[in-house]
Design a protein. Structure first.
Length: 209
């Protein structure tokens, strides 16, 4: 069935703003016959500030650009070695609420980490996934006319220093971690394959690459 087909795109490394505009255009143009899509990519270094983001959480961005965008949440960092997944889903068609999608994205990351022997948790007061109190995955979504875009970012093997230049997701002093520091040495592309398998299982999708 149409609603159960998920089209997967691997975009490699892509600049933030053109990708964001492409998400907006896809979501605005789609109709009831449009298949849901999942885009995997990595971004060059960039800070993004959500709709209600406060400039005070940008401590010292330096030479890294700051982009004000239309997702929820505060400020986060994207950079090479971080797996970003954009979830272009028709939530109304799938009868999913925004909260349902957040929980599912978190659970997919938790299940991925469990496969590697790592116990991870979600927090209701601060969406995302945490290992021993350190954030390993961030979530931020936008929903218009029942259709979602933006998605999740999972730290795989990256330079974490830029997170010290912000209050991650608006929380001062929040520690951040990544798969490499937990002893998991999987390539980013393989992490994407494993994570999309969990997402498809949880949401009942059949993958189409």
């Amino acid at each position: 069935m149409l609603k159960n087909t998920l089209v997967i795109h691997s975009l490699g490394r892509a600049d933030y703003v053109p990708t964001w505009r492409r998400m907006q255009q896809f979501s605005a143009a789609r109709d009831d016959a449009t298949r849901d899509e999942l885009w995997w990519l990595q971004h060059p270094p960039v800070f993004t500030l959500g709709l209600n983001g406060k400039a005070e959480h940008l401590l010292d961005p330096g030479d890294i650009p700051v982009v004000k965008i239309d997702r929820g949440g505060q400020v986060t960092y994207h950079g090479p070695g971080q797996l970003v997944g954009y979830t272009l889903f028709d939530l109304a068609r799938r009868r999913l609420g925004v909260h349902d999608l957040v929980i599912t994205l978190e659970q997919a990351v938790i299940d991925l980490l469990a496969e590697q022997g790592i116990r991870a948790l979600a927090r209701r007061d601060a969406p995302g996934v945490y290992v021993d109190g350190a954030k390993i995955a961030a979530l931020g979504l936008r929903v218009k006319r029942g259709r979602s875009y933006h998605g999740l970012a999972l730290n795989v093997d990256m330079d974490l220093e830029p997170f010290a230049r912000i209050n991650p997701c608006g929380y001062a002093g929040m520690p951040v971690t990544q798969l490499r520091d937990l002893g998991i040495s999987l390539p980013v592309d393989e992490v994407a394959e494993r994570l999309q398998a969990h997402l498809c299982r949880l949401l009942g999708y059949t993958m189409q690459t």
